[in-house]
Design a protein around this ligand. Structure first.
Ligand SMILES: C[S@@+](CC[C@H](N)C(=O)[O-])C[C@H]1O[C@@H](n2cnc3c(N)ncnc32)[C@H](O)[C@@H]1O
Length: 236
């Protein structure tokens, strides 16, 4: 999935406010978590961008489907446990106080059935009184058909340009990333295509409620247009 770009991921997203987002995660946990422990699962952790800002307080396990992303995460965060798995099917034989799934990674679930499978699996790994925090993607109505997007990373020995034109079919956004990466060895061109599902907030809320979770939706959670979905597993 990120085979050719995992090593550039942190550079491409250099502008992302991981620290600030993690502070918000901490305050939501403080407000809503009812279980006593501090075990956290970061589903679709990627290169582990949030983990440095949470690991002092939480015992974190990172999980991701992409082995190249996990390789980068392990290099960066040697003391953290990382496991390879699919968010729909992983089975860790333990439960967590907090499960997070951030930066719209949930959008890799392309149908309601896949979304439900993932949320059910998260719920099955949550302790009583535990909290899940899912950051959604934009809803279909916010898709801008004429938008072109560009990112530039500029360091003395590394320059990265990423240009994108996204298209939409049904509720699926296809992001066709064209990347030029220049370092002392030369200039590389990479083309990577990612497909992300856009769901209305109600789809998440209905699924989470169906799973028996007390559900809260926070509009414009970390990024404009993207809601945060909180699911609390009530103590029996
Ligand atoms: C946009 S990145 C977000 C990474 C990280 N959470 C962050 O905030 O930087 C999306 C991540 O979702 C992972 N992913 C995609 N589909 C997955 C699946 N079915 N199960 C687990 N991880 C998945 C990708 O490998 C990638 O690391």
């Amino acid at each position: 999935m990120y085979k050719l770009t995992a090593k550039y991921y942190d550079k491409i997203y250099h502008f992302k406010y991981y620290k600030k987002e993690s502070e918000k995660v901490r305050s939501l946990i403080k407000k809503y978590k009812k279980s006593d422990g501090n075990e956290m699962l970061d589903v679709a952790c990627g290169t582990g961008g949030h983990i440095p800002y949470l690991k002092d307080k939480y015992d974190i396990t990172g999980l991701d489907l992409d082995k190249d992303m996990l390789k980068e995460a392990r290099k960066k965060l040697p003391g953290i446990k990382f496991v390879h798995g699919d968010m729909r099917t992983f089975q860790l034989k333990k439960k967590f106080d907090v499960i997070v799934c951030l930066f719209s990674a949930i959008a890799y679930m392309h149908t309601n059935a896949q979304l439900q499978k993932a949320i059910k699996n998260f719920s099955g790994h949550l302790k009583e009184g535990g909290l899940m925090i899912i950051e959604g993607f934009i809803p279909p109505k916010l898709f801008k058909p004429d938008l072109v997007h560009g990112i530039y990373f500029n360091e003395p020995d590394l320059k990265i340009f990423r240009a994108t034109k996204a298209t939409k079919k049904g509720n699926i956004m296809t992001m066709d990333f064209h990347i030029l990466a220049a370092d002392k060895k030369g200039v590389k061109y990479i083309n990577e295509i990612h497909k992300a599902a856009m769901f209305e907030d109600k789809v998440f809320i209905d699924i989470m409620k169906k799973e028996g979770l007390k559900t809260i939706c926070i509009k414009d959670g970390f990024m404009k247009g993207r809601s945060l979905f909180l699911g609390i597993k009530d103590k029996a």
